[in-house]
Design a protein around this ligand. Structure first.
Ligand code: NAD
Ligand code: DAU
Length: 350
């Protein structure tokens, strides 16, 4: 039985990936290793926790000895590495946490894999899940990030992810570790922690709270439904070329303000309010420091080489997502901690 170690499997994207791997590949043993930080929630995985091919390990990727033990205990064949600090605003507040987990944690995991596999790399793989933010920011000029775009990160979050990508490539080039990397655009869908734009705003609309749009709302993001992302990971994991990088994105660019208006319209309709009634909640607040203007990712390599394309139209994905959050108020209440609110107030409502 092949053993796959998925790190960060209790988080947003990780939980969708664990679910896909456990259900689609009963012949794999899926070990979900997660520290359960504020962003990790085992309730995201209730439907797979009793499956015979699923294991959970509470662990910290920064703990090198623990990582070595996990490789020894489970005989790990492949790693899909998602564990990270993932929120840009938090990285502005506490950059050290991002260097610790995203850089040192990734390094500890790489070293544990290298020592465990000890040069016998046949059938082994270290797959690193990364972000389009490593490429920096684009102007509103129709250009795209491609796999060879020069790294130019601006936030402590993207700098830490860029650094982790470099370490992954360095382990491939220096020690021959079989690696793959993918860089994806903004994900949305169920189980996303409500500090990120889409779940935060759906929750706020429901509770008639203000919708804090940073700066002028002109910033552009490319949005992809989370299940399309994990389908791409599955494909790259099984069929991608070792040593290669793949961009993943939806060719689906939205200005923040237009996305917020769409969210208001859909959420109002599903709540039975007059459509657009909640527009009055939109509030322009102080801009995010170093706020990247535009991300747009060219995922044509993934389409050309592995036949992947997004399956869901954005309006359909947004409707599905809004419905999910409205139907899962208990989930939202559970994950919205007092600490998070305090932090948020400090950052944007001084
Ligand atoms: P998330 O914040 O929802 O989940 C992160 C998970 O990692 C949590 O379960 C957390 O408990 C765990 N974790 C954090 N520190 C850990 C540590 N030291 N040891 C073990 N586990 C730890 O993040 P997400 O949005 O699901 O993102 C997952 C990955 O995908 C990240 O690497 C992120 O950079 C990347 N990514 C995210 C997006 C996006 O839009 N969300 C887009 C592209 C790439
Ligand atoms: O591009 C991929 C990245 O997408 C991932 O690597 C990150 O892990 C993920 O968090 C996401 O980063 P963003 O910073 O783009 O996502 P966020 O949801 O925080 O913000 C989306 C946009 O909305 C961004 O331009 C900032 C803006 N925003 C966000 C929040 C939370 C607001 O205007 N108001 C808000 O309250």
């Amino acid at each position: 039985m092949k053993t796959i170690l998925i790190t960060g499997g209790a988080g947003f994207i990780g939980s969708h990936l664990v679910r896909l791997m456990v259900n689609k590949y009963p012949g794999y043993r899926v070990v979900n290793l997660d520290k359960l930080t504020y962003a990790g929630n085992l309730a995201n995985l209730k439907d797979v926790e009793d499956k015979p091919n699923y294991r959970f390990v509470k662990g910290d990727i920064c703990d090198f000895e623990q990582m070595r033990q996990v490789f020894a205990d489970y005989g790990v064949d492949a790693v899909i590495h998602l564990a990270a600090e993932s929120h840009v605003d938090r990285s502005i507040k506490d950059p050290f946490a991002f260097a610790r987990t995203n850089v040192m944690g990734t390094l500890a995991l790489l070293q544990a894999a290298r020592l465990a596999w000890d040069g016998r790399f046949e059938g082994k793989l270290f797959y690193h899940v990364s972000t389009d933010e490593v490429y920096g920011a684009l102007e509103n000029d129709g250009s795209f990030f491609v796999e060879t775009t020069r790294y130019n990160p601006h936030s402590p979050y993207s700098a830490s992810k860029a650094s982790s990508d470099h370490f992954v490539r360095a382990y491939h080039d220096t020690y021959g570790l079989p690696v793959k990397i993918s860089n994806c655009s903004n994900n949305y869908g169920p189980y996303q922690f409500p500090e990120k734009l889409i779940p935060l705003f759906i929750n706020n609309i429901r509770h008639n709270k203000s919708l804090p749009v940073y700066g002028t709302g002109e910033n552009v993001r490319d949005w992809l439904y989370v299940e399309d992302h994990v389908r791409a990971i599955d494909l790259i994991f099984h069929q991608g070329k070792v040593g290669d990088t793949y961009n993943i994105g939806g060719f689906n660019e939205w200005r923040n303000i237009d996305l917020v208006r769409l969210l208001v319209g859909v959420t109002d309709r599903l709540l039975g309010r007059a459509e657009g009634a909640s527009s009055c909640l939109i509030t322009f607040v102080r801009d995010r420091a170093g706020h990247d203007l535009r991300y747009a990712i060219d995922s044509s390599k993934l389409h050309r080489e592995l036949g992947w394309s997004p399956s869901l139209q954005f309006e359909e994905g947004i409707e599905k997502t809004v419905r999910w959050y409205l139907d899962h108020q208990d989930w939202l209440d559970n994950v919205t901690s007092g600490d998070y609110l305090k932090y948020y107030e400090e950052m944007y409502h001084k």
